[in-house]
Write a protein that binds this ligand. Structure first.
Ligand SMILES: NC(=O)c1ccc[n+]([C@@H]2O[C@H](COP(=O)([O-])OP(=O)(O)OC[C@H]3O[C@@H](n4cnc5c(N)ncnc54)[C@H](O)[C@@H]3O)[C@@H](O)[C@H]2O)c1
Ligand SMILES: [Zn+2]
Ligand SMILES: [Zn+2]
Length: 393
Protein backbone atom coordinates (compact mmCIF):
# COMPACT_ATOMS: atom_id res chain seq x y z
CA UNK A 1 0.00 0.00 0.00
CA UNK A 2 0.94 3.66 -0.18
CA UNK A 3 1.75 5.56 3.02
CA UNK A 4 3.15 8.92 4.13
CA UNK A 5 6.50 8.27 5.79
CA UNK A 6 8.92 10.40 7.80
CA UNK A 7 12.52 10.75 6.60
CA UNK A 8 13.95 13.70 8.49
CA UNK A 9 13.35 17.31 9.31
CA UNK A 10 10.81 18.67 6.79
CA UNK A 11 11.13 15.50 4.72
CA UNK A 12 8.02 13.37 4.35
CA UNK A 13 7.48 11.06 1.39
CA UNK A 14 4.80 8.86 -0.07
CA UNK A 15 6.13 5.34 -0.36
CA UNK A 16 5.08 1.80 -1.07
CA UNK A 17 5.09 -0.18 2.22
CA UNK A 18 3.80 -3.65 3.20
CA UNK A 19 0.03 -3.89 3.83
CA UNK A 20 -0.82 -4.16 7.54
CA UNK A 21 -2.32 -7.40 8.83
CA UNK A 22 -4.21 -8.50 11.94
CA UNK A 23 -1.75 -9.58 14.66
CA UNK A 24 -3.94 -9.71 17.76
CA UNK A 25 -7.56 -10.79 18.21
CA UNK A 26 -8.31 -7.21 19.33
CA UNK A 27 -7.05 -5.67 16.04
CA UNK A 28 -8.96 -4.35 13.07
CA UNK A 29 -7.84 -3.29 9.61
CA UNK A 30 -9.42 -0.12 8.24
CA UNK A 31 -9.38 1.01 4.61
CA UNK A 32 -8.79 4.75 4.93
CA UNK A 33 -11.04 7.13 2.98
CA UNK A 34 -9.97 10.46 4.58
CA UNK A 35 -7.01 11.31 6.79
CA UNK A 36 -6.04 14.75 8.06
CA UNK A 37 -2.74 16.48 8.81
CA UNK A 38 -2.60 17.95 12.31
CA UNK A 39 -0.59 20.70 13.99
CA UNK A 40 0.84 17.86 16.10
CA UNK A 41 2.28 16.30 12.92
CA UNK A 42 4.14 19.57 12.37
CA UNK A 43 6.08 18.98 15.61
CA UNK A 44 7.35 15.71 14.05
CA UNK A 45 8.13 17.55 10.86
CA UNK A 46 10.21 20.15 12.69
CA UNK A 47 11.14 19.56 16.34
CA UNK A 48 10.61 15.97 17.47
CA UNK A 49 12.78 14.30 14.81
CA UNK A 50 15.14 12.73 17.38
CA UNK A 51 12.26 10.48 18.47
CA UNK A 52 11.41 9.34 14.93
CA UNK A 53 12.85 6.60 12.73
CA UNK A 54 13.15 6.87 8.97
CA UNK A 55 10.18 5.19 7.36
CA UNK A 56 7.75 5.73 10.28
CA UNK A 57 4.21 6.07 8.93
CA UNK A 58 2.64 9.36 10.03
CA UNK A 59 -0.92 10.35 10.80
CA UNK A 60 -3.47 10.07 13.57
CA UNK A 61 -6.69 11.57 12.19
CA UNK A 62 -8.11 8.84 9.95
CA UNK A 63 -11.51 7.48 9.04
CA UNK A 64 -12.62 4.81 6.66
CA UNK A 65 -14.32 1.47 6.21
CA UNK A 66 -13.66 -1.66 8.27
CA UNK A 67 -11.91 -4.24 6.12
CA UNK A 68 -11.30 -7.02 8.65
CA UNK A 69 -11.65 -7.55 12.42
CA UNK A 70 -9.95 -9.87 14.91
CA UNK A 71 -11.92 -12.49 16.85
CA UNK A 72 -12.42 -10.26 19.93
CA UNK A 73 -13.74 -7.23 18.06
CA UNK A 74 -17.52 -7.20 18.29
CA UNK A 75 -18.84 -3.63 18.04
CA UNK A 76 -17.74 -3.14 14.41
CA UNK A 77 -17.91 -5.38 11.36
CA UNK A 78 -16.42 -5.35 7.86
CA UNK A 79 -18.18 -2.68 5.82
CA UNK A 80 -18.89 -0.38 8.79
CA UNK A 81 -17.91 3.28 8.44
CA UNK A 82 -15.67 4.31 11.36
CA UNK A 83 -13.53 7.14 12.71
CA UNK A 84 -10.38 6.11 14.59
CA UNK A 85 -9.45 8.08 17.77
CA UNK A 86 -5.83 9.24 17.84
CA UNK A 87 -5.09 7.64 21.19
CA UNK A 88 -5.06 3.87 21.56
CA UNK A 89 -6.92 2.76 24.67
CA UNK A 90 -8.22 -0.58 25.94
CA UNK A 91 -11.43 0.66 27.55
CA UNK A 92 -10.98 -1.80 30.42
CA UNK A 93 -8.10 -0.69 32.67
CA UNK A 94 -8.10 1.53 35.76
CA UNK A 95 -7.41 4.72 33.77
CA UNK A 96 -9.94 3.87 31.06
CA UNK A 97 -12.45 3.22 33.87
CA UNK A 98 -12.02 6.89 34.81
CA UNK A 99 -12.32 7.89 31.13
CA UNK A 100 -8.68 9.02 31.16
CA UNK A 101 -8.12 7.25 27.85
CA UNK A 102 -4.95 9.21 27.04
CA UNK A 103 -3.43 7.48 30.10
CA UNK A 104 -4.59 3.91 29.29
CA UNK A 105 -2.50 1.52 31.40
CA UNK A 106 -2.62 -1.22 28.78
CA UNK A 107 -0.97 0.90 26.10
CA UNK A 108 1.15 3.31 28.23
CA UNK A 109 4.66 3.57 26.83
CA UNK A 110 6.42 2.73 30.12
CA UNK A 111 9.84 2.44 28.52
CA UNK A 112 9.76 6.22 28.06
CA UNK A 113 7.58 7.04 31.06
CA UNK A 114 4.77 8.22 28.78
CA UNK A 115 1.00 7.88 28.59
CA UNK A 116 -1.14 5.89 26.15
CA UNK A 117 0.22 4.99 22.73
CA UNK A 118 -0.81 7.21 19.83
CA UNK A 119 -0.97 6.49 16.12
CA UNK A 120 1.94 7.79 14.08
CA UNK A 121 3.63 9.65 16.90
CA UNK A 122 7.28 8.97 17.79
CA UNK A 123 8.97 6.34 19.94
CA UNK A 124 7.76 8.27 22.99
CA UNK A 125 4.23 7.26 22.07
CA UNK A 126 4.88 3.68 21.00
CA UNK A 127 5.95 4.10 17.35
CA UNK A 128 2.61 2.77 16.12
CA UNK A 129 2.23 3.00 12.31
CA UNK A 130 -0.10 5.90 11.55
CA UNK A 131 -3.16 6.60 9.46
CA UNK A 132 -1.86 8.67 6.54
CA UNK A 133 -1.94 5.52 4.44
CA UNK A 134 -4.28 3.39 2.40
CA UNK A 135 -4.81 0.91 5.24
CA UNK A 136 -4.38 1.08 9.01
CA UNK A 137 -3.99 -1.64 11.60
CA UNK A 138 -5.95 -0.50 14.66
CA UNK A 139 -4.85 -2.12 17.95
CA UNK A 140 -7.43 -2.28 20.79
CA UNK A 141 -10.11 -2.10 18.11
CA UNK A 142 -12.62 -3.80 20.44
CA UNK A 143 -12.83 -0.32 22.02
CA UNK A 144 -11.43 2.47 19.81
CA UNK A 145 -13.20 2.87 16.46
CA UNK A 146 -16.30 5.06 16.47
CA UNK A 147 -19.14 4.01 14.17
CA UNK A 148 -20.64 6.82 12.09
CA UNK A 149 -23.68 6.75 9.79
CA UNK A 150 -23.47 6.26 6.03
CA UNK A 151 -24.49 9.19 3.85
CA UNK A 152 -22.92 12.52 4.83
CA UNK A 153 -19.45 13.42 3.52
CA UNK A 154 -16.33 12.24 5.41
CA UNK A 155 -15.68 15.85 6.41
CA UNK A 156 -18.69 15.74 8.70
CA UNK A 157 -17.07 13.03 10.83
CA UNK A 158 -13.32 12.90 10.30
CA UNK A 159 -12.62 15.52 12.99
CA UNK A 160 -14.02 13.16 15.65
CA UNK A 161 -10.59 11.48 15.50
CA UNK A 162 -8.89 14.47 17.17
CA UNK A 163 -9.86 18.08 16.39
CA UNK A 164 -13.37 18.01 17.85
CA UNK A 165 -12.79 16.00 21.05
CA UNK A 166 -9.53 17.89 21.66
CA UNK A 167 -11.31 21.21 21.27
CA UNK A 168 -14.21 20.04 23.42
CA UNK A 169 -11.78 19.01 26.17
CA UNK A 170 -9.98 22.36 25.89
CA UNK A 171 -13.26 24.15 26.60
CA UNK A 172 -14.33 21.69 29.29
CA UNK A 173 -10.99 22.05 31.11
CA UNK A 174 -11.19 25.85 30.83
CA UNK A 175 -14.09 25.80 33.32
CA UNK A 176 -15.52 29.04 31.96
CA UNK A 177 -18.15 30.39 34.37
CA UNK A 178 -21.73 30.66 33.09
CA UNK A 179 -21.87 33.58 30.65
CA UNK A 180 -18.13 34.21 31.18
CA UNK A 181 -15.31 35.01 28.78
CA UNK A 182 -12.55 32.87 27.32
CA UNK A 183 -9.50 33.86 25.32
CA UNK A 184 -8.28 31.30 22.79
CA UNK A 185 -4.64 31.65 21.71
CA UNK A 186 -4.05 30.16 18.25
CA UNK A 187 -6.50 29.82 15.39
CA UNK A 188 -5.20 26.69 13.75
CA UNK A 189 -7.78 23.92 13.37
CA UNK A 190 -7.77 23.30 17.13
CA UNK A 191 -8.19 26.98 18.02
CA UNK A 192 -10.92 27.43 15.40
CA UNK A 193 -13.01 24.57 16.75
CA UNK A 194 -12.27 25.46 20.36
CA UNK A 195 -13.54 28.98 19.73
CA UNK A 196 -16.68 27.71 17.96
CA UNK A 197 -17.45 25.18 20.69
CA UNK A 198 -17.00 27.82 23.39
CA UNK A 199 -19.38 30.12 21.54
CA UNK A 200 -21.83 27.29 20.98
CA UNK A 201 -21.78 26.78 24.75
CA UNK A 202 -22.69 30.42 25.34
CA UNK A 203 -19.38 32.02 26.31
CA UNK A 204 -17.84 35.23 25.08
CA UNK A 205 -14.84 34.23 22.97
CA UNK A 206 -11.84 36.42 22.15
CA UNK A 207 -9.38 34.63 19.88
CA UNK A 208 -5.78 35.57 19.12
CA UNK A 209 -3.64 34.74 16.08
CA UNK A 210 -1.46 36.61 13.62
CA UNK A 211 -2.46 34.99 10.32
CA UNK A 212 -5.04 37.02 8.38
CA UNK A 213 -7.06 34.15 6.86
CA UNK A 214 -7.20 32.38 10.22
CA UNK A 215 -8.51 35.53 11.90
CA UNK A 216 -10.98 35.90 9.04
CA UNK A 217 -12.26 32.33 9.42
CA UNK A 218 -12.88 32.94 13.13
CA UNK A 219 -14.65 36.22 12.40
CA UNK A 220 -17.05 34.61 9.98
CA UNK A 221 -18.11 32.29 12.79
CA UNK A 222 -18.91 35.16 15.10
CA UNK A 223 -15.68 35.15 17.11
CA UNK A 224 -14.10 38.41 18.35
CA UNK A 225 -10.43 38.47 17.40
CA UNK A 226 -7.20 40.16 18.41
CA UNK A 227 -4.50 40.30 15.73
CA UNK A 228 -1.28 39.25 17.47
CA UNK A 229 0.82 41.01 14.84
CA UNK A 230 -1.00 44.33 15.21
CA UNK A 231 -1.33 44.41 19.02
CA UNK A 232 1.65 45.77 20.94
CA UNK A 233 0.70 43.81 24.01
CA UNK A 234 -1.84 41.02 23.57
CA UNK A 235 -2.71 40.49 27.26
CA UNK A 236 -3.29 44.23 27.55
CA UNK A 237 -5.54 44.18 24.51
CA UNK A 238 -7.62 41.40 26.09
CA UNK A 239 -7.79 43.25 29.41
CA UNK A 240 -9.03 46.24 27.46
CA UNK A 241 -11.91 44.11 26.18
CA UNK A 242 -12.74 42.57 29.57
CA UNK A 243 -13.17 45.49 31.94
CA UNK A 244 -9.46 45.55 32.82
CA UNK A 245 -9.53 42.16 34.58
CA UNK A 246 -8.56 39.73 31.83
CA UNK A 247 -10.53 36.74 30.59
CA UNK A 248 -12.16 34.32 33.05
CA UNK A 249 -10.40 31.48 31.26
CA UNK A 250 -7.65 31.18 28.68
CA UNK A 251 -6.96 28.33 26.28
CA UNK A 252 -3.49 27.83 24.80
CA UNK A 253 -4.09 26.19 21.41
CA UNK A 254 -0.61 26.98 20.12
CA UNK A 255 1.94 24.90 22.02
CA UNK A 256 5.68 24.52 21.71
CA UNK A 257 6.22 26.11 18.30
CA UNK A 258 4.78 29.55 19.07
CA UNK A 259 5.96 32.40 16.89
CA UNK A 260 7.91 35.11 18.67
CA UNK A 261 10.17 32.96 20.91
CA UNK A 262 13.60 33.53 19.35
CA UNK A 263 15.83 31.99 22.08
CA UNK A 264 13.89 28.75 22.27
CA UNK A 265 13.59 28.57 18.51
CA UNK A 266 17.37 28.45 18.44
CA UNK A 267 17.38 25.57 20.97
CA UNK A 268 14.89 23.67 18.77
CA UNK A 269 16.99 24.35 15.70
CA UNK A 270 20.18 23.13 17.35
CA UNK A 271 18.66 19.85 18.54
CA UNK A 272 17.38 19.42 14.99
CA UNK A 273 20.95 19.27 13.72
CA UNK A 274 22.38 16.91 16.36
CA UNK A 275 22.52 13.15 15.83
CA UNK A 276 19.46 11.47 17.41
CA UNK A 277 21.58 9.64 20.00
CA UNK A 278 22.66 13.02 21.38
CA UNK A 279 19.53 15.06 20.72
CA UNK A 280 16.93 12.69 22.17
CA UNK A 281 18.36 12.52 25.73
CA UNK A 282 19.13 16.22 25.59
CA UNK A 283 15.56 17.07 24.63
CA UNK A 284 14.25 14.84 27.42
CA UNK A 285 16.22 16.89 29.96
CA UNK A 286 16.40 20.35 28.45
CA UNK A 287 14.03 23.22 27.92
CA UNK A 288 12.95 23.28 24.30
CA UNK A 289 9.53 24.90 24.38
CA UNK A 290 8.78 28.26 22.83
CA UNK A 291 6.82 29.60 25.76
CA UNK A 292 5.65 32.99 24.57
CA UNK A 293 2.00 31.97 24.37
CA UNK A 294 1.92 30.13 27.70
CA UNK A 295 3.41 33.23 29.32
CA UNK A 296 0.86 35.43 27.61
CA UNK A 297 -1.90 33.09 28.77
CA UNK A 298 -0.72 33.48 32.38
CA UNK A 299 -0.71 37.24 31.90
CA UNK A 300 -4.11 37.33 30.16
CA UNK A 301 -6.17 35.25 32.58
CA UNK A 302 -7.94 37.15 35.34
CA UNK A 303 -6.98 36.54 38.96
CA UNK A 304 -8.39 33.21 40.12
CA UNK A 305 -9.01 32.13 36.53
CA UNK A 306 -8.29 28.89 34.68
CA UNK A 307 -5.78 28.15 31.93
CA UNK A 308 -6.41 25.15 29.73
CA UNK A 309 -3.35 24.10 27.74
CA UNK A 310 -4.27 21.97 24.73
CA UNK A 311 -1.25 22.89 22.58
CA UNK A 312 1.51 20.30 22.91
CA UNK A 313 4.68 21.05 24.92
CA UNK A 314 7.79 18.90 25.06
CA UNK A 315 10.62 20.32 27.17
CA UNK A 316 11.52 19.14 30.66
CA UNK A 317 13.05 22.21 32.32
CA UNK A 318 11.24 25.17 30.82
CA UNK A 319 10.89 27.99 33.33
CA UNK A 320 7.43 29.24 34.32
CA UNK A 321 6.67 32.44 36.24
CA UNK A 322 5.72 30.71 39.49
CA UNK A 323 5.45 33.95 41.47
CA UNK A 324 2.88 35.34 39.03
CA UNK A 325 0.97 32.05 38.79
CA UNK A 326 0.84 31.53 42.54
CA UNK A 327 -0.06 35.12 43.33
CA UNK A 328 -2.82 35.19 40.73
CA UNK A 329 -4.15 31.87 42.02
CA UNK A 330 -4.26 30.38 38.57
CA UNK A 331 -5.60 26.89 37.85
CA UNK A 332 -3.74 25.06 35.10
CA UNK A 333 -5.13 22.01 33.26
CA UNK A 334 -3.58 20.26 30.30
CA UNK A 335 -2.93 17.03 28.48
CA UNK A 336 -3.67 14.90 25.46
CA UNK A 337 -7.35 14.66 24.69
CA UNK A 338 -9.26 11.62 26.02
CA UNK A 339 -10.94 11.33 22.64
CA UNK A 340 -13.72 8.82 23.32
CA UNK A 341 -14.76 10.60 26.50
CA UNK A 342 -16.28 13.46 24.49
CA UNK A 343 -17.91 11.58 21.61
CA UNK A 344 -21.36 11.41 23.22
CA UNK A 345 -21.32 15.22 23.50
CA UNK A 346 -20.19 15.67 19.91
CA UNK A 347 -22.12 13.03 17.97
CA UNK A 348 -25.45 14.90 18.08
CA UNK A 349 -23.68 18.01 16.72
CA UNK A 350 -21.94 16.30 13.80
CA UNK A 351 -24.98 14.23 12.80
CA UNK A 352 -27.17 17.37 12.77
CA UNK A 353 -27.53 18.42 9.10
CA UNK A 354 -27.65 22.08 10.22
CA UNK A 355 -23.93 21.62 11.08
CA UNK A 356 -23.95 23.75 14.26
CA UNK A 357 -20.14 23.71 14.60
CA UNK A 358 -19.68 24.38 10.86
CA UNK A 359 -17.32 21.44 10.48
CA UNK A 360 -17.79 21.81 6.71
CA UNK A 361 -15.93 25.13 6.95
CA UNK A 362 -12.55 24.06 8.30
CA UNK A 363 -10.67 22.17 5.57
CA UNK A 364 -9.07 24.50 3.04
CA UNK A 365 -7.36 21.75 1.01
CA UNK A 366 -8.49 18.29 -0.02
CA UNK A 367 -5.60 16.53 -1.74
CA UNK A 368 -4.71 13.03 -2.89
CA UNK A 369 -2.36 11.14 -0.54
CA UNK A 370 0.39 11.45 -3.16
CA UNK A 371 0.52 15.18 -2.54
CA UNK A 372 1.34 14.81 1.17
CA UNK A 373 4.82 16.38 0.87
CA UNK A 374 3.33 19.58 -0.56
CA UNK A 375 0.46 19.44 1.92
CA UNK A 376 2.87 19.36 4.88
CA UNK A 377 4.82 22.22 3.45
CA UNK A 378 1.90 24.58 2.81
CA UNK A 379 0.35 23.74 6.18
CA UNK A 380 3.58 24.42 8.06
CA UNK A 381 4.42 27.59 6.16
CA UNK A 382 0.78 28.74 6.18
CA UNK A 383 0.92 29.18 2.42
CA UNK A 384 -1.93 29.14 -0.05
CA UNK A 385 -4.41 29.92 2.74
CA UNK A 386 -3.88 26.46 4.28
CA UNK A 387 -5.70 26.00 7.59
CA UNK A 388 -6.65 22.29 7.56
CA UNK A 389 -5.58 19.76 4.98
CA UNK A 390 -7.39 16.49 4.28
CA UNK A 391 -5.71 13.72 2.33
CA UNK A 392 -7.67 11.19 0.28
CA UNK A 393 -5.85 7.86 -0.17
N1 LIG B 1 -3.71 18.00 23.50
C1 LIG B 1 -4.09 17.30 22.45
O1 LIG B 1 -4.66 16.23 22.57
C2 LIG B 1 -3.85 17.87 21.08
C3 LIG B 1 -4.50 17.33 19.98
C4 LIG B 1 -4.31 17.94 18.73
C5 LIG B 1 -3.46 19.02 18.61
N2 LIG B 1 -2.81 19.49 19.71
C6 LIG B 1 -1.91 20.65 19.64
O2 LIG B 1 -2.67 21.82 19.49
C7 LIG B 1 -1.84 22.83 18.90
C8 LIG B 1 -2.59 23.45 17.73
O3 LIG B 1 -2.83 22.49 16.71
P1 LIG B 1 -3.35 22.95 15.28
O4 LIG B 1 -3.64 21.73 14.48
O5 LIG B 1 -4.43 23.96 15.43
O6 LIG B 1 -1.96 23.59 14.72
P2 LIG B 1 -1.53 24.91 13.95
O7 LIG B 1 -0.05 24.83 13.93
O8 LIG B 1 -2.26 25.03 12.67
O9 LIG B 1 -2.02 26.09 14.90
C9 LIG B 1 -1.21 26.88 15.68
C10 LIG B 1 -1.70 28.31 15.53
O10 LIG B 1 -1.04 29.12 16.51
C11 LIG B 1 -0.77 30.37 15.94
N3 LIG B 1 0.30 31.04 16.70
C12 LIG B 1 1.63 30.79 16.70
N4 LIG B 1 2.27 31.63 17.50
C13 LIG B 1 1.33 32.44 18.04
C14 LIG B 1 1.39 33.53 18.95
N5 LIG B 1 2.57 33.93 19.46
N6 LIG B 1 0.22 34.14 19.29
C15 LIG B 1 -0.95 33.73 18.77
N7 LIG B 1 -1.07 32.70 17.89
C16 LIG B 1 0.06 32.08 17.54
C17 LIG B 1 -0.38 30.03 14.51
O11 LIG B 1 -0.48 31.15 13.64
C18 LIG B 1 -1.38 28.92 14.18
O12 LIG B 1 -2.56 29.45 13.59
C19 LIG B 1 -0.55 22.13 18.49
O13 LIG B 1 0.42 22.32 19.52
C20 LIG B 1 -0.95 20.67 18.49
O14 LIG B 1 0.15 19.81 18.70
C21 LIG B 1 -3.00 18.94 20.93
ZN1 LIG C 1 -4.14 15.66 15.51
ZN1 LIG D 1 -7.02 1.22 29.17
Amino acid sequence: MKAVTWHGKRDVRVEEVPDPAIKEPTDAIIKITSTAICGSDLHLYEVLGPFMTQGDILGHEPMGVVEEVGADVEHIRPGDRVVVPFNIACGRCHMCGMKLYAQCETTQVREHGMGAALFGYTKLYGQVPGGQAEYLRVPQAHFGPIKVPDGPADERFVYLSDVLPTSWQAVEYAEVPEGGSVTVFGLGPIGQMTARIARHRGYRVIAVDGVPERLEMARRHGIEVVDARAADDVPDAVRGLTGGRGADSVIDAVGMEAHGSPGAKLAQTITGFLPDAVAAPLMKQAGVDRLVVLNQAIDTVRRGGVISVIGVYGGMTDPLPMLRMFDKGVTLRMGQAHVKRWIDDLMPLVTDDADPLAVMDLATHRLPLDEAPRAYEIFQKKQDGAIKVLLRP
